[in-house]
Write a protein that binds this ligand. Structure first.
Ligand SMILES: *[C@@H]1O[C@H](CO)[C@@H](O)[C@H](O)[C@H]1NC(C)=O
Ligand SMILES: *[C@@H]1O[C@H](CO)[C@@H](O)[C@H](O)[C@H]1NC(C)=O
Length: 298
């Protein structure tokens, strides 16, 4: 049978456009060129179909051994992004057993040439491309991703308005270790790096020498029975960030946010909030609602 050319075109158009119209729902997408990337890490973003005007940005970082796609599926943040219109960045590292670098000065220092520089490039790319709000940029992660959250809060307090750390340790805790993987450095995760509050503050100041502005608000979650990144790493984080914000523990609420947890409120609760999971192991379940409220997104 002979089919006139225009009809073939019509068929082709229908066939080509059909799958496209079926897959317009947002998904995790790779971004290949996003700016300076000294350690060659990878960028993925989740941009919801309905974006808020000047949307907030959340950088969500996977644990050691993890990857972007895995962490994308690990929390309900993408469905909250659909509802509240913020953008999620899911970076990925394939170095050092997929652990984020929190050991070298390159990553620990503002303007260095480590993982933190590439992560900040991703944020700047999203601000430029989607007119995202530079005042509402947040970092979060679990385990190694939580450690990098602290790293970014110390090295780039001018970029991040807040951080949420699930089962991590303080900024600078692993400085100088031979790597950021638990295989080669267990000192900090096992609670062997202990400092005074002033010591943690001095450490923090090394992240951005000469910086006089305020530090990001921090949400810190940890389980008391964590044997990979022990609970004292929580205590050390609280010492560091309460020093940075010059506040103290003002209130403890048991069975909050739910049974088995204790909420620790520092100052008025807007700058530093902790949740302790009684007998919780590595790592603490993500608390989407609480974190997004703390960030001021909900
Ligand atoms: C890293 O920085 C710290 C202080 O900021 C310094 O004491 C140390 O010598 C540096 N380490 C290297 C390897 O440059
Ligand atoms: C910290 O807060 C106290 C009051 O709570 C105040 O007296 C002190 O000056 C503050 N320190 C700094 C460095 O802001």
């Amino acid at each position: 049978m002979h089919i006139p050319v225009p009809v073939i075109h019509l068929f082709a158009t229908v066939l080509i456009s059909l799958p496209i119209t079926l897959v317009t729902a947002a998904s995790l997408k790779a971004v290949s060129h996003f700016g300076s990337n000294p350690t060659n890490i990878q960028m993925n973003i989740y941009v919801p179909d309905k974006l808020a005007a000047n949307p907030p940005v959340i950088l969500a970082m996977h644990p050691c051994g993890g990857n972007a796609q895995g962490y994308y599926g690990m929390t309900k943040l993408p469905s909250y992004a659909n509802k509240y219109g913020f953008i999620l960045i899911y970076p990925q590292t394939t170095h050092d057993f997929n652990c984020w670098d929190v050991a070298t000065n390159a990553s620990l220092t503002h303007g260095g040439n480590g993982d933190s520089a590439g992560l900040v490039s991703m944020v700047n790319y999203v601000i430029m491309t989607y007119k995202a709000d530079p005042k509402r940029v947040f970092a979060t992660g679990s385990s190694s991703g939580a450690m990098e959250t602290n790293n970014l809060a110390g090295a780039y307090p001018d970029v991040f308005a807040g951080g949420a750390s699930f089962s991590g340790f303080p900024y600078g805790c692993r400085r100088g270790a031979s790597s950021s993987s638990p295989i080669s450095d267990t000192g900090c995760p096992l609670g062997q790096v202990v400092k005074t509050q002033q010591g943690w503050m001095d450490e923090l100041k090394k992240g951005f020498p000469g910086y006089t502005g305020s530090y990001p608000k921090m949400f810190i979650a940890h389980g008391t029975a964590d044997n990979l990144v022990v609970f004292s790493c929580y205590t050390q984080q609280m010492m560091q960030w309460s020093a940075a914000h010059n506040i103290t523990l003002s209130k403890e609420v048991t069975n909050a946010p739910s049974s088995g947890y204790t909420e620790q409120i520092y100052g008025d609760g807007t700058k530093l909030l902790g949740i302790v999971q009684q007998n919780g192991q590595h790592f603490t379940p993500y608390q989407e609602e609480m974190v997004l409220k703390f960030f001021g997104i909900i």
